[in-house]
Each structure stands twice: as structure tokens, then as C-alpha cells.
Design a protein around this ligand. Structure first.
Ligand SMILES: [Zn+2]
Length: 148
């Protein structure tokens, strides 16, 4: 499968999260062309401020592989990761990070603290922004529109 197809799966997970009343963000972790973990945001459902899609997917992938290091794994997420998730992605040794929409308000890759570029960041994945960006952005826009 190509990069956009995995992003399609992340978008599906985002939509499901949105249907459950969560902010619609979805994440997929892939190794050797195989999906290891899929997750959507669950902060409200789990009453857990750390239950972002990326964190849940990283945990599930680490469980599935029996290792805290996700060597050779690529992560697809519909929105630019926040500071917490960017750090977790680095700790997990993710190989490539693909994300959809940029998040100037809460992101930490190209926005805000740019964690992955900080000297205190010891593993930097290759970063591919704007993958399926317009669809990810539209999903979030529609979500916040209906909430107002
Ligand atoms: Zn996050």
C-alpha cells in the first residue's frame, strides 16, 4: 500500500473518533507494509488527557511487537503531533512520521516548540507533512463547525 492509503486508514479512525464525540484525529502504525496498530483520540471516553491517537497507537504497537522500541515502524497521523506525542514518537524510535494537517495552535513538529528539531531530542524520524492534508483539515473543520 502507498502512503495515502495508510493515511486513508488514519482518516477512517479519525472519523470514528469524531462519531464518538472525540476530536477527530486518527493514527496508524505500519511496519513492512503491515498495519501494527490503529487508534483514534479517546481523551473524553477514557477520561485520560494523554489518550491522544498517537499515544494509544504507540502503546498498542509496542504491545503487539513486544518491544518499547518500534524500530522500522512508520506512523501516520491526521494532524501534526502535539509536544507530548512528538516526544513519544521520538522515544519509540519511529522511522518515518507522516501527518496530514498542520496545527499552528497545538502542534510541535513544524509549529510551537518544534520538538523533533530540539537539541534535547535524541531520535528524529524522517518527517513527511501534508499527506492527505485537505481531507484531514476538512474533517476537523466540519467537527468544530457542528460543535458551535
Ligand atoms: Zn498529542
Amino acid at each position: 500500500m502507498t502512503a495515502p492509503s495508510f493515511m486513508d486508514m488514519a482518516l477512517e479512525a479519525a472519523k470514528k473518533a469524531g462519531q464518538a464525540g472525540e476530536v477527530p484525529i486518527g493514527c496508524v502504525i505500519v511496519r513492512d507494509g503491515e498495519v501494527i496498530a490503529t487508534a483514534g483520540n479517546r481523551t473524553l471516553t477514557d477520561r485520560d488527557p494523554t489518550a491522544h491517537a498517537e499515544i494509544l497507537a504507540l502503546r498498542a504497537a509496542a504491545q503487539a511487537l513486544g518491544s518499547e522500541r518500534l524500530t522500522g515502524c512508520d506512523l501516520y497521523v491526521t494532524l501534526e503531533p502535539c509536544t507530548m506525542c512528538a516526544a513519544a514518537i521520538s522515544f519509540a524510535r519511529i522511522r518515518r512520521l507522516y501527518y496530514g494537517a498542520s496545527d499552528p495552535k497545538g502542534g510541535a513538529v513544524e509549529s510551537g516548540v518544534r520538538f523533533l528539531a530540539a537539541p534535547t531530542c535524541h531520535h528524529r524520524p524522517e518527517v513527511y507533512p501534508s499527506v492527505g492534508e485537505s481531507r484531514a483539515a476538512a474533517l476537523l473543520r466540519d467537527f468544530f463547525k457542528t460543535r458551535r
